[in-house]
Design a protein. Structure first.
Length: 328
């Protein structure tokens, strides 16, 4: 029996509790944001404020993004299928990445629009703008507190919080702009503050996109070091001579998985060695699901001789020295 699968413990235990409350939190925030976005867009149009329109545009993307985040939580609860054997957990990461891209595009639009406003300043009604901006701030604070109690480890949840934080900053900037316009009549403050908010949004969106992309590219989770884990198994599990062909990745930014080949000493009980490796991975490194291929002597992947391909031994270069440098 070459492959041994641990079908227990995919790391979903506590996740299910978080998932259901997070789902409700995101839905409440989506409804609050979507409702007020319409009021803010109308307010921005009538007052001539770019800061309000920018915030409304951001809130539009946010209500869509929060709706998508809610749908991602909804899908993630579904069991795996014959076609999607890992289930729908990664939908949340995909949505987090899409959110990052959406915020990026909106922030660039705000900068472009503000540039035009600086060259040709527009009339802005400070009083009504201040009222709408204050209401927007209250709605965004409410959304932030609703989401803040959720799972901070979830990329999807962090994406949702990021959207609302961007809105909060947008409302604060609109309030400051309205106060300056009321006090001095200096309208360029409106596009200037819009750009500052856009730059803040751009930096946070970039980090979210980078983290989500790392998960989608099946990178090793930042908290783990694949080579150190391999060395640890060689040191701590008796009978394991060498570990190679090792891959460590995360399905959704929360549950971690691994596959590896374990080269065992002659006479070692393969079942006991594989069990010990799985236990060490789970308890020592938080890797809840592992597929371990035990080997004696020769690696099965170092020469696929199936009778029809004799001249082409597939040496994948995963011997003891080379495996460190591959698949980072």
């Amino acid at each position: 029996m070459a492959h041994t699968h641990d079908h227990e413990g995919h790391g979903h235990g506590a996740g299910h509790v978080h998932g259901s409350t997070d789902k409700k939190r995101v839905l409440i925030a989506a409804c609050l944001t979507g409702g007020f976005m319409i009021a803010e867009a109308v307010g921005g149009f009538f007052t001539g404020s770019l800061a309000l329109l920018a915030d409304a545009g951001h809130m539009l993307a946010d209500s869509i993004a929060l709706g998508l985040a809610w749908y991602a939580f909804h899908l993630a609860g579904r069991p795996a299928t014959g076609r999607l054997t890992y289930g729908f957990g990664r939908v949340k990461t995909l949505v987090a990445y899409t959110n990052g891209v959406a915020i990026f595009v909106i922030a660039l639009w705000i900068v472009y629009e503000a540039w035009g406003r600086l060259h040709t300043p527009a009339l802005v009604l400070g009083g009504p703008m201040l009222v709408v901006a204050c209401l927007g701030l209250l709605v965004n604070i409410a959304c932030f507190f609703v989401l803040h109690g959720g799972d901070r480890e979830s990329l999807n949840m962090r994406g949702a919080i990021l959207h609302v934080l961007g809105d909060l900053l947008g409302s604060a900037a609109a309030i400051i702009a309205a106060l300056v316009i009321l006090a001095t009549g200096w309208t360029p403050i409106d596009p200037i503050l819009s750009v500052l908010v856009a730059l803040l949004i751009l930096s946070t969106a970039w980090s979210l996109m980078r983290e989500a992309a790392h998960v989608l590219l099946e990178g090793v989770p930042p908290s783990l070091d694949r080579d150190l884990i391999a060395r640890d198994l060689e040191k701590t599990v008796s009978g394991v001579r060498e570990v190679h062909h090792m891959h460590v990745w995360s399905i959704d930014g929360a549950s971690t998985m691994a596959t590896l080949h374990a080269c065992l000493d002659e006479g070692v009980d393969a079942f006991l060695a594989v069990s010990a490796i799985k236990k060490r991975l789970a308890n020592g490194h938080g890797i809840s699901h592992a597929t371990v291929e035990p080997e004696f002597g020769r690696c099965a992947d170092d020469g696929h001789d199936h009778g029809h391909d004799q001249g082409h031994g597939h040496d994948h270069g995963h011997d003891a020295a080379a495996h460190h440098d591959q698949h980072h």
